[in-house]
Write a protein that binds this ligand. Structure first.
Ligand code: NAP
Length: 307
């Protein structure tokens, strides 16, 4: 039994982490920490990780569901206290801090898991298997969603380190880096940044790989109506399309039966396996692509964002 504590009780903790933990017999959720100390019934809730570690019940592991800007100090406190750590995506506010956390986890002999929930969407593993025997010529990512619908009142997303439209788009990049047989890298980007915030509301990213594939990502945070989370790959032997964030797969236009989506149960299954093996899984490649888009991107100031 893995005794686990959650830090940051917001949308994703309530929507996914708490139900996934309740459904997995290998875990016992024994404590939470959140600055506003929300009422979680019988679950003891502490102000922050320090209070949870000092005054709470014994813990084996901690899952961090705070925004990326609030991750590093909390993760360090957990690792230094000898706890296994599950990091929500993105694993940090910078690429460097993820490497630092990995080194601390190694030194402490505990497990660090950089979770990427979209990699556990039902179509992703079959898509990876299908692509593994083909040469990819072109990949088009279209990730367009309505920030007001999915991230209401989340001011952190617009601040430095909050990633703006790359907060959802990093999910597409986590799928890309998982399924492409050859590593992708950024060659250029354009970023549209509202004049009153720090992070982009829309972006276009150009990428390629050693095979010379043309890889593009078109990202928008203001799409109302139907939402788009698609990745289409043209290969030397057919066309693959993942839609609904990886939950649906078509090959040459034909839908493929991939089963139900179990992203967070899949993540907690992987975390339990890693803990049992004493192995960390640290992959910052999706965050590196975002960082490179920010490094190379030309910026355009656009209309102020109003919630
Ligand atoms: P959220 O609803 O804003 O919740 C984050 C929680 O973290 C807040 O409730 C807040 O609780 C706590 N927190 C601690 N330090 C904070 C700080 N400096 N600024 C703001 N909040 C702070 O955000 P969320 O949607 O759950 O996202 C959290 C993480 O999960 C992000 O990295 C996001 O990318 C990831 N994620 C989100 C979704 C989604 O659909 N929303 C899906 C997958 C992954 P207190 O104020 O009580 O401390």
């Amino acid at each position: 039994m893995i005794r686990i504590g959650l830090v940051g009780v917001g949308k994703i903790a309530r929507d996914q982490h708490i139900p996934a933990l309740a459904a997995d017999a290998r875990y016992q959720l024994v404590a939470a920490a959140s600055r506003t100390k929300p009422d979680l019934g019988v679950l003891p809730v502490f102000q922050d990780i320090e209070e949870m570690l000092a005054q709470g019940p014994a813990l084996d592991a901690v899952a961090l569901c705070t925004p990326p800007q609030a991750r590093r100090e909390t993760a360090l406190a957990a690792l230094r206290a000898g706890k296994h750590v599950f990091l929500e995506k993105p694993p940090g506010a910078s690429v460097g801090e993820v490497a630092e956390l990995a080194a601390v986890a190694r030194a402490q002999g505990v497990v660090l898991f950089t979770s990427w929930h979209s990699r556990f969407a039902a179509g992703v593993a079959p898509a990876k298997a299908w692509l593994s025997t083909r040469r990819v010529r072109e990949v088009a990512i279209e990730w367009r969603e309505d920030v007001r619908r999915w991230h209401p009142g989340q001011t952190w997303i617009w601040e430095a380190g909050g990633l703006g439209v790359f907060d959802p788009a990093i999910n597409a990049l986590s799928i890309l880096t998982e399924i492409l047989p050859t590593e992708a890298f950024v060659t250029g980007a354009t970023l549209q940044v509202p004049e009153n915030v720090q992070s982009p509301v829309a972006a276009h990213v150009d990428m390629t790989n050693l095979d010379g594939a043309r890889i593009t990502a078109d990202l928008d945070f203001l799409q109302t109506g139907p939402q788009t989370w698609d990745l289409t790959a043209q290969t030397d032997d057919g066309v693959l399309k993942l839609s609904m964030g990886g939950a649906e797969l078509t090959l040459d236009g034909q839908p493929v039966e991939v089963g139900e989506n179990h992203e967070y149960p899949g993540l907690y299954d992987r975390f339990a396996t890693l803990i049992a093996r004493g192995e960390s899984e640290v992959d910052a490649r999706p965050l590196t692509l975002v960082a490179d888009a920010f490094l190379l991107g030309t910026r355009e100031s656009v209309e102020a964002f109003v919630e």
